[in-house]
Structures are given as structure tokens and as C-alpha cells.
Design a protein. Structure first.
Length: 287
């Protein structure tokens, strides 16, 4: 099984996670810029974080045989803090960089006027930079929030195939499918969507434009949820090519629209299990 996790926050994960992911078949991923838990108080904290996503985390993933890409944005939660909103002015600099394959995560948290403003501005940035957009849907008032999200997407004028609407469930999948946007599902250990419900949705709605991610971050989460969903798909009678479409071809098609995906073999790809054992930066360098 080859896996491309289209939404995972590796900054919050350990090298054990990278090893387990490689072992399970993960060869590429996208790490969206998000809220780090501790509220940021100024633009410098964002630029350091963005630089880490573009540089350090990409390097760290490569040590484990995994191609790392990222999305860049002001997340909806911190869009409500006037100390953070000047980040919007520096985004164009980052959206021009290699390894940045979409604008995101954008969207709504509490659906405030400040979130409206940041969301609409960042959809325009996606259009200007010809990049896809990764759109987060609110965890409260899910259906109303998703409908409002789709209205903003439509008003922006972006092509629906350039948009992935994420964190969907049984209630919200239908309206997103109708919109023509990509449908993202985050699989969690004990909240929101799980593997069995995901397989049921795939049976009902098919595999087109579906993206399955582990969304693993600093909360209780599991970076192997993509693999576990693939396994349950096979057990439920889906073919290996169905699994490959959902876990590899779909994310490649969606983020490939950026023109910036790098999926060729890593140097020492085959030997990476041995190579990273001796890596001086990640191993010896830490002592
Ligand atoms: Zn996320």
C-alpha cells in the first residue's frame, strides 16, 4: 500500500511516528500550517513556523524516506487576533516557495467577521498564485458552517476542483459533493470520523475526489489512520486499486494542481532504513 497523507501536522510528531509511517507505506505527505495550541502574539512567530515547515520539517521527513510538502495560511482561530492578522501581508512571499502546494488551512472556526475577512482574502491569494486551497470546516454547527464555507468559496470565484473542504462527516459530505469541491475526511481515534464510518461513506459516495487524512497533531491522534482506513477498505471488499486511488492518486491529483509536488525517489530511498540510523543530524547531533 502506498500512502500520501494529505493533512498531517508532523511538527507535533516524533521520529518514531516517521519510522512507523514509512513502515506502513507513507511516502509523501502535506503538512498544513495550523494553530499550534499556544496562541501566537506576533508575526515573527508565524514566519519562524512557516520557515520550519518549508525547511526543517521537510529535511526531517526526508531522513525517513518521506516527501514533505506544506500549505501556508493564517488559520481561522488566530485570524481573530489583531496582533496576528498582519501575517496576511507576508503570505505572498511564502506562497511563491517550492514545497508550498496550497493555501491552507483557511476557513471558519467561530464564524466571526474577522474570520470572514481572512478567509475571503486568502481565497483571493489562492487564485492569484494559482494554488489549490485547503479549507477547514468548523467543529461546532457543522452543517451550517459547511454551507457558509461553500458560499464563501463560490463567491471567491475559485474553480471548485482547486478546493478541498476538510473534516467532513455523514452530515456534510453531500453538500460538498454537490459543490464540485474535493471532500476531505480526518480519521481520529475516538472523536469525529473513524475508519468504519469512512468505509461506509466510500461505499455510498464512491472514491472520486475523496481525500482521507490522519490530521495527526498535538492532540490525541494516530498518524497511521490512513493505513488503517486502507486496510478496512480491503476487508470491506474494495480492490487494491480503489485503495491506491483514495490513498495515493487522489491527493497527487489534488495537490498536483500546484505544479510543485515532488514525488521522485529520494536519494538513498531504498536504503533509507539503514541510512537514517547513522544520520548525524537527527541521531548523533541531538546528544
Ligand atoms: Zn489540521
Amino acid at each position: 500500500m502506498r500512502i500520501f497523507d494529505p493533512h498531517i501536522h508532523m511538527t507535533s510528531r516524533t521520529t518514531d511516528d516517521y519510522e512507523a509511517m514509512f513502515e506502513a507505506g507513507v511516502r509523501a505527505l502535506v503538512e498544513p500550517a495550523f494553530w499550534l495550541g499556544q496562541p501566537r502574539t506576533g508575526v515573527g512567530s508565524f514566519t519562524d513556523y512557516f520557515d520550519a515547515l518549508i525547511g526543517w520539517e521537510r529535511f526531517r521527513a526526508a531522513q525517513f524516506g518521506i516527501r514533505h510538502h506544506c500549505t501556508i495560511a493564517l488559520n481561522p482561530k488566530e485570524a481573530n487576533d489583531p496582533r496576528c492578522t498582519p501575517v496576511l501581508d507576508i503570505l505572498p512571499r511564502y506562497l511563491a516557495k517550492d514545497g508550498v502546494v496550497a493555501v491552507g488551512e483557511v476557513g471558519y472556526d467561530s464564524m466571526t467577521p474577522a474570520e470572514d475577512e481572512a478567509f475571503a482574502r486568502q481565497m483571493q491569494l489562492a487564485i492569484e498564485h494559482e494554488l489549490p486551497a485547503l479549507v477547514h470546516t468548523p467543529h461546532r454547527d457543522k452543517l451550517a458552517g459547511t454551507r457558509r464555507t461553500l458560499d464563501v468559496v463560490k463567491e471567491s470565484g475559485i474553480a471548485p476542483e482547486f478546493v478541498a473542504v476538510d473534516h467532513l462527516n455523514e452530515m456534510t459530505v453531500g453538500v460538498v459533493k454537490e459543490s464540485g469541491c474535493w471532500m476531505g475526511f480526518s480519521i481520529y481515534p475516538d472523536t469525529k470520523m473513524d475508519e468504519a464510518r469512512m468505509v461506509a461513506i466510500l461505499k455510498e459516495y464512491g472514491t472520486d475526489k475523496v481525500l482521507v487524512n490522519s490530521a495527526a497533531d498535538w492532540g490525541r491522534s494516530d498518524p497511521l489512520k490512513t493505513y488503517r482506513t486502507g486496510t478496512q477498505m480491503l476487508e470491506a471488499g474494495f480492490s487494491e486499486s480503489d485503495v491506491d486511488k483514495v490513498l495515493w492518486q487522489n491527493p497527487v491529483e489534488f495537490y498536483g494542481q500546484s505544479g510543485r509536488l515532488v514525488l521522485d525517489e529520494l536519494p538513498g530511498f531504498e536504503a533509507s532504513a539503514e541510512t537514517f540510523q547513522g544520520n548525524s543530524v537527527l541521531r548523533g547531533g541531538r546528544q
